[in-house]
Every structure is written in C-alpha cells, then in structure tokens.
Write a protein that binds this ligand. Structure first.
Ligand code: FER
Length: 305
C-alpha cells in the first residue's frame, strides 16, 4: 500500500496531532479516510475468477526479449500545455505492422510512472508477450491529472475537489488530444476493437467512466480497485445499448481487504442485474500493488482476442 501510505500517512499524523483538527483538514481528506476504512461485507460471488499467477510473474527476466519504454509528449487542448506520457513498445516493435493499444491509468497519488515503476507492468507484459500469452501491444501510461501543473500534490491536498476534478478533466484530454496523438505517431490499429483502457483506483474509476461512455473509442475496459469517482453503470450505459454488444471485455477486480471494495461490488451487481457480461475477480489483497500487478496479468492475456 506504498502509494496510498505516502498519501495518507501525513493525514493520519495531522489528525493524530490535533484532535480537533477537523476544520484544519483540507476538504475531501476525512471523506477519503472514511471510504478507506469502510467495513468489507462479502457476498458469495465475491471470489477469485483466476488462479494466482506463477511466482516471479512480475519480476524482470534477463533472458527474455524486452520491450522499451519511451517518453511521449503531446499538446493538450484541455490544459493548453505540453503533457507527458510513457509508451511501452513490445519487443520487436515494427512500424510496418499494426498494434492494438492499452491505456493504463494510475491512482490519485501517482503519475505516468506508477504502472511501470511501482507495479512493474513492463515486467508482467514482457513475460506474457514472450510466452505468447498476450498479444504484442503498445501500452500508453499517461498522466491522468489534466491540469497545467500535473505533479502529484502535497499529501494533504490529495483529495481536494480541485485535484479530483483534474482526473475528471482527463476524459477530454484523453479522447481529444492523447488518443489521436498516439495514433499519429505509432503503428496502431487505431480503432475501438484495437483499444483497451484500464486503471487502478482513481484510474480504475476513470477507465470505467471513460471506457464505457466511449464505445467508439474503447471496447476492452478494466477497473482495478476502482475509487469513488466511479459512476454508476446505469448512468454510463444509459441509452447506449450498442455498447453492450460492442464491448469485448469488461473486467472488474478488487481485494477483499480493500475498504473501497463496495464501489466495485456495486458496479458488479449493477452489471449482473442489467445482464451485462463481465469478469469479477476478488482477490485477498488490500489496496495494494500485488492486486494491480496480478490483475494486469489476468487482464492482458484476455485482450485483443
Ligand atoms: C476517495 C478515496 C480514494 C476518493 C479517491 C480515492 C475521490 C482514490 C484512491 C486512489 O487512487 O488510490 O474518497 O475520492
């Protein structure tokens, strides 16, 4: 829980130090703490959909072919700034071919490096692609905080309405600026069948919100440990019966020790009641990188089939 520990430890400290601190705390902090501390209530179908990956699945293996990660700059019509993303190109990337693209979104305290550095996504992808268990794909890891200064804020500002709003504003940046820029530079299939979006926590909420409401852009969607920014399925899919048929994969996961699991449970139950097929994988982690690495492992193997 390193990312959140970084974001939350100072908050906890602040409150511990000043028992009547309520009024001094930045808006959003108390609510976030309450959300993380919510009691987990499990139903019979809140169980693993897949076995645990083999040991070492998220460790770089020197003996196999590696993809490369490069910096990608693009002009954002939303922030009016030049923004940075990381792009993973699979081993043997050849501009004469065409590749599907996965957009991977980070959590509230992270940035474009979170998936590669903290979760070790490139080690997971290198191994799956080398074994032929995932299709070679381009993976775009953007900064999902669409504001001019998009650095992670000071810990006590993590949950302010302004900061949360920057994650909402990323929808227009992604659809209007980043996706076209990626398709302009890389050898992508550049259609909805060849585009996936997934994320962890705040990024999970973004992936579900943006993926489900843009069926012409994405048909493969994954939310891992999704945060309270997740909108209800009925709202996301309303009047979009077409999305139901075009969606190739809708994937939800969460740890059964994660206080935010009620968000994913609600989405799962809503989808089930609407009759919308989806994967629901509940593992035994908290709000942890292990859950995110494992779910990337399971999700990536099911993409672009
Ligand atoms: C909240 C609790 C957690 C919240 C966001 C989060 C917007 C996000 C956590 C993360 O990205 O790790 O109440 O409100």
């Amino acid at each position: 829980m390193r990312v959140l520990a970084q974001a939350l430890a100072p908050l906890t400290l602040l409150v511990a130090l000043t028992s009547q601190a309520q009024g001094d705390e930045a808006p959003g902090s108390a609510q976030a703490r309450a959300n993380f501390n919510r009691a987990v209530v499990l139903a019979a179908d809140d169980v693993r959909a897949f076995d645990k990956p083999p040991t070492g699945f998220d460790v770089e293996q020197p003996a196999i072919a590696h993809g490369r990660v490069e910096e990608f700059g693009y002009d954002s019509a939303v922030t009016k700034t030049r923004r940075q993303a990381l792009v993973y190109l699979p081993a043997g990337y050849d501009a004469a071919r065409r590749y599907p693209v996965l957009y991977l979104l980070h959590g509230i305290g992270g940035n474009q490096h979170e998936w590669s550095s903290y979760v070790r996504a490139t080690a997971v992808l290198d191994a799956l692609i080398a074994q032929g268990r995932a299709r070679p794909m381009v993976v775009v890891m953007p900064n999902g905080r669409a504001q001019a200064d998009d650095r992670p804020p000071a810990p006590e500002r993590t949950f302010t309405p302004e900061h949360v709003a920057a994650f909402t504003a990323f929808e227009a940046d992604l659809i209007g600026s980043l996706v076209p820029a990626i398709d302009g530079k890389y050898a992508t299939t550049a259609d909805a069948q060849g585009r996936a979006i997934a994320g962890l926590s705040m990024g999970g909420g973004q992936a579900l919100n943006f993926g489900l409401s843009h069926p012409d852009t994405f048909t493969w969607v994954g939310g891992f440990s999704s945060a309270p920014n997740t909108r209800p399925a009925a709202e996301l899919l309303r009047g979009k019966d077409a999305a139901r048929h075009q969606l190739k994969l809708l994937y939800l996961s969460c740890g059964n020790r994660d206080g935010l699991i009620n968000i994913s449970q609600s989405m799962h139950r809503e989808l089930r009641d609407l009759g919308i097929p989806h994967v629901w994988n509940v593992d035994e982690y908290g709000h942890d990188r292990e859950s995110w690495a494992e779910n990337l492992y399971h999700f990536a193997q099911r993409l672009f089939r």
